[in-house]
Design a protein around this ligand. Structure first.
Ligand code: DQA
Length: 144
């Protein structure tokens, strides 16, 4: 069993990027928590980060043939305007869970709307790294 964790633009800067909003953990720290939790249930977690919309589209398109059963996706800023990512999610059979570190609904107006929300299973936001871990718990339960 394999799960893909996909991180969008600027998430490579976690730890130094606006820590008052996104916390002090690095992306490597978050990935390590996810890998460890996956190992407990003998589920392989692969984490991919890209700053490029097209790379994210390609990764979503190839997820099924790569053997992934779920995608946990933080589309970062693309959440709010990428119709290409929305269409990629809508066009594949692999289910996607949308996650955000911050609570996008209590931030600037432009972050309130997610163009991918209508095509994902559900959205978890506002819990920092725990948003990813909560999504992973749900996926692990579904894989049992
Ligand atoms: C984010 C929220 C987005 O609005 C922002 O552009 C990000 C990160 C989050 O995880 O809180 O880059 O997706």
């Amino acid at each position: 069993k394999k799960i893909l964790v996909l991180h969008g633009p600027n998430l490579n800067l976690l730890g130094k990027r606006e820590p008052e909003i996104y916390g002090s953990m690095t992306l490597a720290d978050i990935n390590e928590l996810l890998y460890q939790r996956g190992r407990q249930d003998e589920v392989l977690i692969d984490a991919v980060q890209s700053n490029h919309e097209g790379v994210l589209v390609d990764t979503i398109q190839s997820a099924a043939e790569q053997g992934y059963q779920f995608i946990i996706f933080n589309a970062a800023a693309f959440t709010h305007y990428s119709i290409a990512l929305r269409d990629a999610i809508a066009g594949v059979t692999v289910p996607v869970i949308e996650v955000h570190l911050s609570n996008i609904h209590k931030r600037e107006e432009f972050r309130h709307h997610s163009v991918i929300a209508p095509v994902v299973m559900g959205q978890i936001c506002g819990f920092g790294a725990d948003s990813y871990l909560a999504a992973l718990e749900i996926v692990l339960r579904k894989l049992k």
